[in-house]
Ligand binder design. Sequence first.
Ligand code: KIV
Ligand code: NA
Length: 274
Amino acid sequence: AKRVTAPEIAKRKGGTPIVALTAYHAHTARIIDPYVDMLLVGDSLGMVMHGYETTVPVPLELMIMHAQAVVRGSSRALVVVDMPFGTYEESPPIAFRNAARVLKETGCGAIKLEGGVHMAETIRYLTSRGIPVVGHIGLTPQAVNTIGSFKPQGRHRSEWAAFEEDAKAVAEAGAFAVVIEAMAELLAARITKQISIPTIGIGASAECDGQILVLEDMLGLSPRVPKFVKEYAQLGGAIEGAVKAYSTEVRSRAFPSDAYTYPMFEDGDGDTKK
Ligand code: KIV
Ligand code: NA
């Protein structure tokens, strides 16, 4: 099967909503690949998988290793990889060098970077040189140290103009889609109408052209989740239940029972007591 491409995602503007989820590993990528259009190797993996407090410390090498696993584990969905903090902001050529590494070393189909008006020049530099880019506006977690905390954006009309400028700048610079994170519904709806590329919302309402969630959040594996996360399963509880049962059975020697044990062959040359 052929992979979904960046231009195919761009053509979905205003159509059937784009289905996206994060994936960090081969095994989860393999399970979810048939049901999604886009797999995002998000830098949220630093917090979700590696226990960092924010996404700021995430190294490029870590993104590359997880992206390689996701590409190996999937065959259909477009794989998009987040550029981590510090690998693209300084200049368009530095962004190109690092993004080209991600494309060449992982086989992914696109990268994502955070920022609106101030990243437009870089988005144009990358897209005009063969690197498809997904933008990311609204709440941009890599900016946590300047914005102070993760809170929803655009709930005051006074904030709207700046976000609308960001969305237009990202679209005009050549991004093929833009993630809108934690944004008031009315503003996300306005932006979706104003720009020609698909908006992919996370906490930005059903008005967007698609949706994305962090897989571990929607599976109930994260200890705390924001208001916008619907938990479609409670895998944290399922894991705990399985491990509790295992622990009890190991301590009582109920596991491993005969069904899970290799007996000797009955050919007379070994210890056949089992
Ligand atoms: O890192 C991430 O998982 C993301 C999504 C939340 C869009 O950027
Ligand atoms: Na991210």
